[in-house]
Design a protein around this ligand. Structure first.
Ligand code: HEM
Length: 464
């Protein structure tokens, strides 16, 4: 009995402390003018609930507090916006003090000149320099031939093998970018580069704890190694005086280029390109393979489109811009994959001053999570939203709707949209014209907070 009473007492005291802490944290944030919502635990906020319950946490909070509510997520007081009109306003009004609000680890590891870290005129300049490298003219003349050459060799000899398509699409996204950036082939330098890059990516999504053995410390070290490799490449090119028809070559030809960047800016821009296209392109490609496997009618239609393109060409002829423009159904498959899988849940902003939004006052330094996921499943915008139906995208107007935010919106809308679609389309071209495949089965897919297959997605491939 005494033991029971003691345990009961401890539990009761524990409960009282917890309630007091929760209450204290709510009172702390009960400033006039803040949106409704709960703040959870001191320091941790509601991060655990958010990560565990994922989309249903957001939907529950929306049901209780409306489309604009406060919370405390991933270490920061945050307002979540699920209001389409307000989302547009936030994305369009960086100049009013709504700047990118990505985590500190990401900013530290991607470098101080990376696009998410710069604002105002510096952002305009860096973005201009990037757009000049990946414009439709550049894709047509310089990038597509490189992408084609890369995909042909990357997708070589997969038949009769069991392939982890998650791993292959990740390698593809990175190596294809390295080829476009510096003509780097899948040789020694890319073998050195790849593990460092993977560590860098992991570092950007970890807590900024600078201690030995943490992912943050490893990511930061990986950045140093990558910067070293890129610096060496730049020095070698300066010494050789050769001209190179790749992104680095363009960035270094300062006499012809409107945008003149320092070596440090060039390196951070290259890391930005590698990083921004990596997870988005690889995950969309993997999920397209998954959905195509599960929807044979879509696969038939897609294959028809690609076989028709191939029929007019010799086997050695590369995919060119005109072919790419004919891939209308492929584009629809990519959008539908991106929508249904929700590759990007939303984007982060932060306030640079106290700011009124929707009648509430958001304090300086708060994060704003422009949470776009639920738009993808709105039956009014996408009838039968849980069906994988690429045909809906053949109505081109869908791509130009205000609520179309698969590639973000406003001043930071994805500059790599067309390049990403061109890469995935070329990958699908060689994949479906060369192979058929079936899933080995048993692999788990996680949809939140990131789309990933924790143990890989394995497929058995045979020749088509
Ligand atoms: C399917 C592929 C892709 C998807 C779904 C995607 C999605 C997005 C989204 C949602 C944003 C907005 C981020 C924000 O507002 O904070 C964004 C920005 C960005 N994307 Fe992409 N992206 C893709 C491919 C690429 C590629 C291939 C590149 C390579 C150049 C790229 C480079 C960037 C950059 C540099 C930004 C930041 C732009 C700025 O801050 O001005 N993306 N992307």
């Amino acid at each position: 009995m005494a033991v029971f009473m003691a345990v009961f007492g401890v539990v009761l005291i524990g409960l009282c402390i917890c309630t007091a802490l929760l209450r204290w944290n709510e009172v702390r944030y009960r400033k006039k003018g803040l949106p409704p919502g709960t703040m959870g635990w001191p320091v941790f906020g509601e991060t655990t609930e958010f990560l565990k319950q994922g989309p249903s946490f957001m939907k529950n909070q929306r049901a209780r507090y409306g489309k604009f509510f406060k919370s405390h997520l991933l270490g920061c007081p945050t307002t979540v916006s699920m209001d389409p009109e307000l989302n547009r306003y936030i994305l369009m009004n960086e100049a009013k003090g709504l700047v990118p609000g990505y985590p500190q680890s990401m900013l530290d590891i991607l470098g101080k000149c990376n696009i998410a870290a710069v604002h105002g005129s510096t952002h305009k300049y860096m973005r201009g320099a990037l757009l000049a490298l990946i414009s439709p003219t550049m894709i047509r003349g310089q990038l597509l031939p490189k992408i084609d050459e890369f995909m042909r060799s990357h997708l070589n000899k997969w038949d009769t093998k069991i392939i982890n398509i998650q791993e292959k699409t990740k390698e593809m996204a990175l190596l294809s970018s390295l080829k476009q950036i510096a003509g780097i082939e899948s040789g020694t330098i890319s073998k050195e580069f790849m593990p460092e890059f993977f560590k860098l990516v992991l570092g950007t999504i970890s807590l900024p704890i600078d201690l030995p053995g943490t992912n943050y410390r490893r990511g930061f070290q990986a950045r140093k190694n990558i910067v070293g490799m890129l610096r060496q490449l730049i020095e070698e090119r300066k010494a050789s005086q050769e001209t190179h028809n790749d992104m680095l070559g363009c960035l270094m030809r300062t006499n012809e280029n409107r945008y003149k960047l320092s070596d440090e800016e060039i390196i951070d821009l290259i890391i930005t390109i590698l990083y921004s296209g990596y997870e988005t392109v690889s995950t969309t490609s993997m999920m397209a393979v998954k959905y195509l496997h599960d929807h044979p009618r879509v696969l038939d239609e897609l294959r028809k489109e690609h076989l028709a393109i191939r029929e007019r060409k010799r086997p050695e002829d590369p995919i060119d811009w005109n072919d790419y423009k004919l891939m209308r159904f492929t584009r629809a498959v990519i959008f539908e994959t991106s929508r249904l899988a929700t590759i990007v849940n939303g984007v982060l902003r932060k306030t640079t001053k106290d700011m009124e939004l929707n009648g509430f006052v958001i304090p300086k330094g708060w994060r704003i999570y422009v949470y776009t996921r639920e738009i993808n499943y709105d039956p009014l915008l996408y009838p039968d939203p849980l069906a994988f139906n690429p045909w809906r995208w053949l109505d081109k107007s869908l791509e130009s709707q205000n609520y179309f935010l698969l590639f973000g919106g406003g001043t930071r809308q994805c500059p790599g949209k067309e390049l990403g679609i061109a890469e995935i389309s070329t990958f699908l071209h060689y994949f479906v014209t060369r192979y058929r495949w079936e899933e080995v089965g048993g692999d788990k897919l996680m949809k939140f907070p990131r789309v990933e297959a924790p143990n890989g997605l394995h497929i058995r491939v045979s020749a088509y």
